[in-house]
Design a protein around this ligand. Structure first.
Ligand code: ZN
Length: 287
């Protein structure tokens, strides 16, 4: 596990590529009364990925070992919550559920996906914004102290997998409006799948030569709605964004494969019928 201290109370963690091709990012924000962990990564086994003990060391070093922890998720996909089990039996840790009901209830979103919630960490407030589109449970976190904006798979230098294009666009417009009058230092997402030239690594690759830096910018946030408006519904490379609806591509490919299969069977049946007819006719023509 890689640990990068952004400052004395903000840590960027990443699970190693050799442990998981997802190599997801995890974020730790420490306030004066509470510590916040955003996502728990793709690896459950603490001997392979000692997430909880790493956090314990970081908090102890920051003089905050006694603080209660709050563990939240950007969204419910397994690569962002597989480490939850490491916190299950720890005292003083609250793990927020990852299903939509739990998310809505915890943040008090009565009109999902509208609304804005806050997490009070003590002298540090984090705004929580519903951002469904990649996944229906997705939320994003804006840290007022640092101006860092944390996204899971909603915005990152990687394939932006679109589950619901209309929801994605609405979320992007909401976020763009939110940041218009606020400082954004860096936009930090859940994965990196590109090299420094903006080319994608092969899917599930565990080798990332010349990997692009993690951070994106406020300009990227402001440009996202236009990119989503240009999305053709399947695959669109627009500026810094690569938008993909993999489910739709899969359905079309499966449909095409089905059509090709039916055509092949039809050709084969016709061929066999012709051959048997030719055989039946052969003795008569010989006589
Ligand atoms: Zn992910």
């Amino acid at each position: 596990m890689q640990v990068h201290p952004y400052n004395a109370r903000t840590f960027i963690l990443r699970e190693d590529l050799c442990a998981t091709f997802e190599a997801p990012f995890i974020y730790l924000l420490v306030g004066s009364t509470k510590a916040l962990l955003i996502d728990t990564g793709d690896v459950a086994d603490p001997t392979q990925m000692p997430l909880a003990s790493t956090l314990m060391h970081l908090l102890t070093a920051a003089g905050s070992a006694e603080l209660p922890w709050l563990v939240v998720h950007t969204h419910r996909h397994l690569d962002h919550r597989a480490g939850d089990g490491q916190f299950a039996h720890l005292p003083n840790v609250q793990v927020v559920g990852f299903d939509l009901d739990s998310v809505r209830r915890f943040y008090n979103f009565s009109d999902w996906p509208n609304g804005l919630a806050q997490i009070d960490l003590g002298d540090r407030t984090v705004d929580v914004i519903p951002t469904p589109g990649h996944n229906e449970t997705e939320v994003s976190f804006y840290d007022r102290n640092t101006g860092l904006f944390f996204f899971g798979d909603f915005l990152m230098p990687a394939r932006l997998l679109v589950d619901n294009a209309r929801a994605y666009l609405t979320s992007a417009e909401t976020v763009a409006a939110f940041v218009r009058d606020r400082p954004v230092t860096f936009v930090l997402g859940g994965h990196i799948e590109m090299n420094s030239s903006g080319e994608l690594f092969p899917w599930e690759s565990q080798y990332h030569p010349h990997e692009r830096v993690l951070e994106m910018t406020k300009d990227d946030l402001l440009a996202l709605p236009a990119a989503l408006r240009n999305f053709n519904g399947f695959y669109t490379h627009s500026g810094n964004f690569i938008l993909i609806d993999s489910m739709r591509i899969l359905i079309v490919c499966a449909g095409l494969a089905g059509v090709i299969l039916i055509a092949l069977v039809w050709i084969l049946v016709r061929y066999l019928r012709r051959r048997s007819r030719a055989r039946r006719l052969r003795p008569a023509t010989q006589g």
